[in-house]
Write a protein that binds this ligand. Structure first.
Ligand SMILES: Cc1cc2nc3c(=O)[nH]c(=O)nc-3n(C[C@H](O)[C@H](O)[C@H](O)COP(=O)(O)O)c2cc1C
Length: 167
């Protein structure tokens, strides 16, 4: 499998922690980690396999660094690449906008045909989520506020899935 670039935006470090766990599941030699605030579009261009992670803020908002970076994704040629997404949120406090940052990230990707890593909605409790498309999440969903005990297994299962779906 080609090396993976994991790019995340994280305000209080929760998405960063999940990104590290995802990296560890692939093995550090197989996946490189980038905090978006220190990364460039040229860093993203280098990878055939990409993982983008964001938390959720406000109404449909991605984490701040993604809000700033999203428009420049149009400078990347996604042909021949695979992109997987993951999102963090809080289904108890924000059940009407659960992991909306993830949904917005998906919506605003310039090329959705390269997206892999869709994830079942079973096991979560929410009223509405922009990340729920036709009964599937557009990427891995983690809620370390209310379901931290499931995160390790969810990450492990998702990484196994990506090992099949990545290039
Ligand atoms: C002001 C505020 C707004 C939030 N809005 C949402 C939201 O709409 N949907 C959601 O699922 N989580 C929401 N969250 C929860 C964060 O996404 C969650 O705490 C996340 O784990 C933070 O990750 P980070 O530290 O990596 O940024 C919100 C949190 C705060 C403090």
């Amino acid at each position: 499998m080609e090396t993976i670039g994991i790019f995340y935006g994280s305000t209080y470090g929760m998405t960063e922690r999940s990104a590290r766990q995802i990296q560890e599941n692939f093995g550090k030699e197989n996946a490189q980690l980038f905090n978006l605030k220190d990364a460039t579009i040229d860093d993203m261009k280098k990878f055939k396999n990409l993982i983008f992670g964001t938390s959720a803020w406000g109404i449909g908002e991605m984490q701040d660094e993604w809000e700033m970076a999203i428009d420049s994704l149009s400078n990347i040629n996604f042909e021949g690449k695979k992109v997987a997404l993951f999102g963090l949120g809080d289904q108890k406090e924000y059940p009407e906008s659960f992991v909306d940052g993830l949904g917005t990230l998906y919506c605003r990707l310039p090329d959705k045909s390269c997206v892999v890593g869709f994830w079942p909605v079973d096991g979560y409790d929410y009223y509405f989520s922009l990340a729920d498309k036709d009964g599937k999440f557009v990427g891995l969903v983690l809620d370390d506020h209310n379901q931290e005990e499931f995160s390790k297994q969810r990450i492990s299962d998702w990484v196994k899935q990506l090992k099949e779906e990545f290039i």
